[in-house]
Design a protein around this ligand. Structure first.
Ligand code: PLP
Ligand code: COI
Length: 379
């Protein structure tokens, strides 16, 4: 039976206005000092992830009387914030992440932006932040990418990573939802997220700390979830691991998410499983796309509870063939080992991860037809 579409998937597949219809929503201001050619060349010749930023950023503000207003594409630079600004004290903020891909004909596209816009609004609702209209979200990406066009890399596999965010700016220390907010989008020309290419990653299974709990905020994209993950992540990095597999906080026995990525398990019989969206897991756009790609290929997929003990045993017996993680930043990354305390299990296969990575990135970079209608032209 085909999967029923989630609310985010339904929003992503709606017919949204085209780039030209939303392009004028944000006014582009003059830039007094664009990056020099020398600086531009330096940045584009050594692309990291999220370290260098473009000439411009998108901005808008919200207050009770005007709602969202002051939509601008303006020179990239520091924001001014009152030291009592609510985000600094209570962490009322949300963000998104998506990429701009340059196709061979020079056109620039992004992947399912309405999915991210809808998810931003789910995050907004959870954090008592005003809804941000999908059309304005699209307009901010179109406006920014058109102003920053030269920063969308041409190098194979490189992209312009775009980071929309909203934070509470009201200067007020009382403990309640703020009444002033700022929206922004910054963009960073980026190479691959994992610098060692498609090499399988070594994962630490974290049994002491959790990133989210039942009724918490794990299913939305807010900074606190990432702050909550850093302790385990830093300790794992120090011991040479690439990522952390978090378990659910209620039972400490089920696999949840891999750092900032969703996780998949490929069984020896070809079935592909991923933890169900239980409320503590972010509903990844990549996760959703992979489920659709696999369904389309006729692969059996299951969204369900995955017990760590069963997974561990399955890897040992060979019932589990492969594991991989996915997200916008890395696309798809294969998992080579899991370590829990002193015990380690290895996974040697990455066939499905490779195939899905290739198919997904071929669609994103316009090398094969976009048969699901996922791509949105920005410029
Ligand atoms: N899980 C978490 C916690 C994330 O931060 C992300 C990244 O956005 C994902 C999963 C993957 O989501 P997506 O595929 O939409 O990038
Ligand atoms: C992703 O895009 O996959 C992420 O996990 C975003 C991360 C850089 C916060």
């Amino acid at each position: 039976m085909p999967r029923s579409q989630t609310a985010l998937e339904l929003c992503a597949s709606k017919q949204w206005p085209s780039n030209n219809d939303v392009a004028q929503r944000f006014e582009t201001l003059p830039h007094p000092g664009l990056a020099s050619d020398k600086r531009y060349q330096e940045v584009m010749c050594s692309l990291g992830f999220g370290v260098e930023f473009t000439d411009y950023m998108a901005r808008a503000s919200w207050n009770e009387s005007a709602g969202w207003h002051d939509f601008k594409i303006e020179p990239y630079g520091p924001l001014s914030l009152d030291p009592a600004g609510a985000v600094l004290h209570y962490g009322q903020e949300v963000f998104e992440g998506l990429k701009a891909y340059r196709h061979a004909d020079g056109s620039i596209w992004t992947f399912r932006p309405a999915y991210n816009a809808a998810r931003l609004n789910v995050s907004n609702e959870r954090l008592m932040i005003p809804q941000f209209p999908v059309e304005d979200f699209l307009g901010s990406l179109v406006g920014l990418v058109r102003a920053d066009r030269r920063w969308v890399p041409q190098a194979a596999g490189a992209t312009l990573y775009m980071r929309p965010f909203i934070f509470a700016s009201e200067a007020f220390l009382g403990v309640r939802a703020a009444k002033r907010f700022e929206y922004g989008v910054v963009a960073s020309p980026s190479g691959p997220y994992f610098t060692h290419g498609f090499k399988p990653i070594n994962v630490w299974v974290e049994r002491t700390h959790h990133r989210a709990g039942p009724g918490g905020m794990g299913d939305v994209k807010t900074g606190g979830n990432y702050a909550a993950s850093f302790y385990a992540k830093s300790h794992a990095f120090e011991r040479g691991f690439d990522e952390v597999l978090f378990l659910d906080a209620a039972t400490n026995s089920r696999i949840d998410e891999l750092g900032a990525m969703n996780v998949f398990v490929v069984m020896a019989d070809g079935t592909v499983r991923t933890p169900a969206l239980s409320g503590t897991i972010l509903p990844g756009s990549t996760r959703s796309a992979i489920l659709q790609l696999l369904d389309d290929e006729g692969v059996t997929t299951r969204e369900e509870t995955i017990e760590l003990d069963e997974l561990w045993m399955g890897i040992k017996t060979g019932d589990v063939a492969e594991m991989f993680a996915c997200g916008t930043a890395a696309a798809v990354v294969s998992i080579g080992s899991l370590t829990m305390g002193e015990e380690r299990v290895e996974l040697s296969d990455s066939t499905v991860a490779h195939r899905i990575y290739q198919e997904l990135t071929d669609i994103q970079f316009g090398r094969i037809s976009d048969r699901f209608g996922w791509m949105y032209r920005l410029a």
